[in-house]
Write a protein that binds this ligand. Sequence first.
Ligand SMILES: [Zn+2]
Length: 146
Amino acid sequence: MERLHKGACHCGAIAVELRTPRAPAEQVIGACQCSFCRKHNARTFSDPKSSATLTAREPEQLQLYAFGLSTSEVVICRRCGVYVAMLMTDQGEAWTTLNIDVLDERAAFTRPAEPRDFSAEAVEGRIARRKARWIPTKLVGWPAGR
Ligand SMILES: [Zn+2]
């Protein structure tokens, strides 16, 4: 049975919907070891069998930040500072890995976060892995050119 989880940044400017076939307690949660995620102590979720929608209710609050190889961008709310997702786009398609703690039902995702270190990857391998493992995502209200 597909489940719908809703969430948002703290102030609500950036909304998230996640549709996933598995129960929250069965979901594998990652603890990405990149320097950005370490600073946020972020718990992340990615699953190609799920789907997500990221909605910029207030596009002017959208902050995108790239670092390292710049193959993806971090989605942050400019007003409240919440880290929402990592986003990769390619030819009109988008994939994300979500900060699971932006979901209203964050407490239901009870599995311990598993450390993930992708720092040794080259660019092409990284893009291919994300397309295979991240969440196919629809962007709504996104500024043109993003
Ligand atoms: Zn916000």
